[in-house]
Every structure is written in structure tokens, then in C-alpha cells.
Design a protein around this ligand. Structure first.
Ligand code: IPE
Ligand code: IPE
Ligand code: MG
Length: 250
């Protein structure tokens, strides 16, 4: 039986967050420039997007470019931005066909103008789609988002709109870039690295983590299925005992 048939459709993660890593190493293994790996990573983006939508995942967040990635060589940044523009343009049809809404988190104002324009158009076109939301983390870092949230809250406090007692987890969640999305149930990182790299620090508080050695350009639907099947074997306790969780289930 293929792996996808073992997946319990009633226990599919509602939100999956992915750190798409390993493009550079994938290219290097073949004696090619890093950009070659980024280009091949686009197929993997399509595969996980389709794969997640097929299984009924409601939110998929992909880490496409971090704040720290601005420190890479200019040539690589330029190539990544050009690729982004091209990809958004070419994938909009697939998003429409699959009823997927496109959204972003991050300091997108720092992106080149043509990239901002493509994103704007694609988001406008897909805004009424309801099957799944694809969120691209672009020029994103979680510490930036948290700092931004603190500033918003401080401003509200200073102006008297809120009191000290109003500052709670809900208010913080509602001032983050991710405010319209539930916290991820599952976080997948490819390429064997086991770190968070400034991704969704607040939102991943109770997510299940799945690390695979597969490099991002090799990532296919089957790998997504394997991650979800693995997730379904976990017991999410949220601080409770295993006995309590079992009792609530029965
Ligand atoms: C992930 O692959 C893509 C981005 C960060 C944009 P990398 O480019 O980080 O590839 P490695 O980690 O160097 O192999
Ligand atoms: C994280 O990957 C960012 C993205 C996948 C866009 P990196 O490859 O930049 O992460 P570090 O710096 O090696 O941790
Ligand atoms: Mg990397």
C-alpha cells in the first residue's frame, strides 16, 4: 500500500510550515552554481503545494527568503528575486485551478518593485480562493515580527487604547504578521539541518518538528506524505499526561 493511503484524513495537520533548505548543496553536488539548485526548488514548491492541498491541509507556510538571507552575495539575491517574479507569474494558474489563496508574511516592502508588483497581482487574483492558503515568508524573520509586535503594543498602551492587563498571549498573537493564521501543527525542515533559523519562534511553541536529510530540490509529494504519516504517530500532549490525552480521545 502506498504511503498516502495510510494517512488518516481526519488527522491531517491544519497548518504545515516548511523550511525549504539545501538548494545550494544540491547544486554543488552536481558541480553547478547555487542558483541551479534554487531553480530546481521550484518544482518542489509545486509538489508540496499540490500535495498539501490534495490532503486537505488548510494553511501551508513556506520559508522562501529570510531577513538574514539579505547577507548573501548580491548575485545570488538578484537571481533569487528574478526567480521569484518568474515563479509567481507562472504558478498563478495552478493556484487558481486548485482554489488556493496566496498570502505573505515578512518585510515585503524591502523586495524589488517587480517582485512586489507580481505578488500584489497574484494576491488580488487569488483572494477569494478558499481551499487552502499558501503563505510565503519573504524577507521574514521571527525576531523582526516580535519586535514589530512590541512596538505596536507599546504604541497602543501609550495612547491609552489598552491597559497593562490587556497585554496577553492573544493580543501578542493578534499583532504578529501571522495573525490571520492558526499556529503550525507540523514544521518540516529539509537538508538535515536541525535549527529554526529565526522562523515562527512564537507560533511554533507547540508544533511537531520533522527533519529530513532530503535536499529541497529532491523533495516530492511522497516526502510530504512521509512527514504527515510520521506526525500522525505522535501524541500531542500540550503539557498534559498521556493518560489525560487518551481519556479525552475515547
Ligand atoms: C534554501 O537553500 C533556499 C534559501 C535559503 C533561499 P540554501 O540556499 O540555503 O541551500 P544550502 O543550505 O546552502 O544548501
Ligand atoms: C533558512 O535557510 C531560510 C530559508 C529557507 C529561506 P538558511 O539556509 O538561510 O538557514 P541557515 O542560515 O543556514 O540557518
Ligand atoms: Mg541553507
Amino acid at each position: 500500500m502506498s504511503l498516502v493511503n495510510t494517512i488518516d484524513r481526519n488527522n491531517v495537520p491544519q497548518h504545515i510550515a516548511v523550511i525549504m533548505d539545501g538548494n545550494g548543496r544540491w547544486a554543488k553536488q552536481q558541480g553547478k552554481f547555487r542558483v541551479f539548485g534554487h531553480k530546481h526548488g521550484v518544482k518542489s514548491v509545486r509538489e508540496v503545494t499540490e500535495g498539501a492541498a490534495e490532503l486537505g491541509v488548510k494553511y501551508l507556510t513556506l520559508y522562501a527568503f529570510s531577513t538574514e538571507n539579505w547577507n548573501r552575495p548580491k548575485l545570488e539575491i538578484d537571481a533569487l528575486m528574478t526567480l521569484m517574479v518568474k515563479t509567481i507569474k507562472s504558478e498563478t494558474d495552478t493556484l487558481m485551478k486548485n482554489n488556493i489563496r496566496l498570502s505573505t508574511i515578512g518585510q515585503t516592502e524591502n523586495l524589488p518593485n517587480d517582485c512586489k508588483e507580481e505578488l500584489k497581482q497574484a494576491m488580488e487574483l487569488t483572494k477569494d480562493n478558499t481551499h487552502m492558503t499558501l503563505i510565503l515568508a519573504l524577507s521574514y524573520s521571527s525576531k523582526w515580527d516580535i519586535v514589530d509586535s512590541v512596538k505596536k503594543i507599546a504604541t497602543q498602551y501609550k495612547s491609552g487604547d489598552i491597559n497593562l492587563e490587556d497585554i496577553n498571549e492573544e493580543l501578542i498573537s493578534n499583532t504578529l504578521a501571522t495573525k490571520h493564521f492558526p499556529d503550525p501543527d507540523l514544521m518540516i525542515r529539509t537538508s538535515g539541518e536541525q535549527r529554526i533559523s529565526n522562523y515562527l519562534l512564537w507560533e511554533l511553541a507547540y508544533s511537531e518538528f520533522y527533519f529530513t536529510d532530503v535536499l529541497w530540490p529532491d523533495f516530492r509529494k511522497e516526502h510530504l506524505h512521509a512527514a504527515i504519516a510520521n506526525y500522525q504517530q505522535r501524541e500531542r500532549r500540550f503539557g498534559k499526561t498521556g493518560e489525560q490525552v487518551a481519556k479525552n480521545k475515547s
